[in-house]
Design a protein around this ligand. Structure first.
Ligand code: TYM
Length: 416
């Protein structure tokens, strides 16, 4: 790994060289040929690909081959609920939503509450569970299709996931885990197992279907080590290797390379009061000069400006307008204050709308969440009349059985 930056699933720091990262991790760059192919297959090229926000992949060409051969795939992504969602997390999820709509495919969304409890010394299990709920609201607010989306927490879905995780864990040695994740003697044993839990949903669609189902995992590049391991052991278990598509990191407002919950002043959370978010943006790091005179004379440097990055990643999807903003900045025609104000307006509007949808999501959680402790399971534990018990048992049997091969059905607890 390069000396100047670190990218692991738990630590991202330094000035990230994404080209070097592709070499270090052994992934493939998304090149023009692949973009052309994407366009041929889907009829368009979304901005996230055009701008190389999604810049790297594993086996995406293979996935498109399978898709063109008529095999539907399943999307899988997730969140480690250690706090509120920030705008950076939304990037891979928004792209996942785009993929769900475009390819009309199911999504499995994992909440690794166990992982965050094990990793964060100060986080209690109760807090991790409550953030699972809070983060779920953000996922639902993005507009995923409830008929095709299954959200689950490791703690609540462990009976389903554990059978796969245990098979995975038998094939990963401690030596591999140390080499890939940098574990040492002070690492708690839970953390060593956790990559097996994160691999499990990549194989769950195949287990349920009783035949191999291609899986595509959109995520930022920091999570790649988990799926490198999952891909290594997949053939040993008879599964397809999961394919992945990787995004770069939305930077922090302070100019760091990754928006991170450990720096709340330079991080915009989806639950932030729009007024607070506005203040954070107004004190963001920019590529501006020390004075207005110098800015007019020398122009700004959008390449190092956090504000410009926010337009680039999320808040200016019109390429011509983005190019114009860049030209005006470099030519000293626009001052940082104006640029920040405009961004603050856009972010505040986004937050207001997102928060409205987030509130409405509270009534829809049951449409998305699946759990081993389903409503039927709970009812079964209470005294019922004989007929009712028989019906519930039948439904439970169906719920737990291997699903029909050609129909990847998303069962909801509410249906039970
Ligand atoms: P977590 O909670 O750290 O992050 C959730 C997702 O957001 C991505 N991400 C970012 N993307 C862009 N800019 C940023 N600044 C930024 N920060 C985080 C992460 O790469 C991730 O895609 N262990 C995982 C949870 C998980 C998961 C998965 C993630 C379980 N299964 C499958 C991806 C795919 C975690 O703690 O993610």
């Amino acid at each position: 790994m390069n000396q100047d930056f670190t990218v692991t699933p738990w630590d991202v720091s330094g000035k990230i060289d994404y080209t070097k990262l592709i070499q270090d991790f052994g992934t493939e760059a998304i090149d023009n040929d692949l973009l052309d192919r994407w366009k041929r297959v889907t009829g368009e090229l979304p901005m996230a690909l055009r701008r190389r926000v999604f810049f790297s992949h594993r086996d995406l060409k293979w996935l498109l081959d399978r898709y063109e051969a008529g095999e539907k795939f399943v999307l899988y992504t997730g969140r480690g609920p250690s706090g509120h969602t920030h705008l950076g997390h939304l990037m891979p999820w928004m792209f996942t939503k785009y993929l769900q709509d475009k390819f009309d495919v199911p999504l499995y969304f994992q909440m690794t509450d166990d992982e965050k409890y094990l990793f964060k010394p100060e986080l209690t299990l109760k807090e991790a569970v409550s953030y699972t709920y809070e983060n779920t609201l953000d996922v639902i607010a993005l507009g995923f299709d409830p008929r095709k989306t299954r959200i689950f927490s490791d703690l609540e879905y462990s009976k389903t996931l554990y059978r796969i995780a245990v098979e995975v864990s038998k094939r990963i040695t401690f030596s591999t885990a140390k080499a890939v994740f940098g574990f040492d003697n002070s690492t708690n044993v839970g953390m060593i197992f956790i990559t097996s839990m994160q691999s499990a949903p990549a194989f769950l669609p195949s287990v349920e279907a009783g035949k191999n189902i291609p899986v595509l995992i959109p995520h930022a590049i920091d999570q790649d080590p988990h799926f490198r391991v999952a891909r290594d052991i997949a053939p040993k278990l008879g599964y397809y290797k999961p394919a992945a598509i990787h995004c770069t990191f939305l930077p922090g407002l302070g100019g760091s390379d990754k928006m991170s919950a450990s720096k709340p002043e330079s991080t915009i959370y989806t639950v932030d009061d729009p007024k607070i978010a506005r203040k954070k943006i107004l004190s963001a790091f920019t590529g501006g000069q020390a004075s207005i005179e110098e800015q007019k004379k020398l122009g700004g440097v959008p390449g190092v400006c956090a504000v410009f990055q926010y337009y680039y990643y999320l808040f200016e999807m019109d390429q011509e307008l983005l190019d114009r903003r860049e030209r005006k900045c470099m030519g000293g025609e626009i001052m940082c204050g104006e640029c920040k104000q405009e961004l603050a307006d856009r972010v505040a509007r986004f937050l207001e709308r997102h928060q409205e949808k987030r509130e409405k999501a509270r009534d829809r959680v049951q449409d998305f969440i699946v759990s081993d402790y389903s409503a039927a399971y709970d009812k079964l534990r209470r005294p019922q009349e004989g007929k009712e018990v028989a019906k519930l048992k039948r439904t439970m049997k169906e719920y737990c059985s291997v699903k029909d091969a050609d129909r990847i059905s998303i069962r909801k607890t509410r249906e039970l």
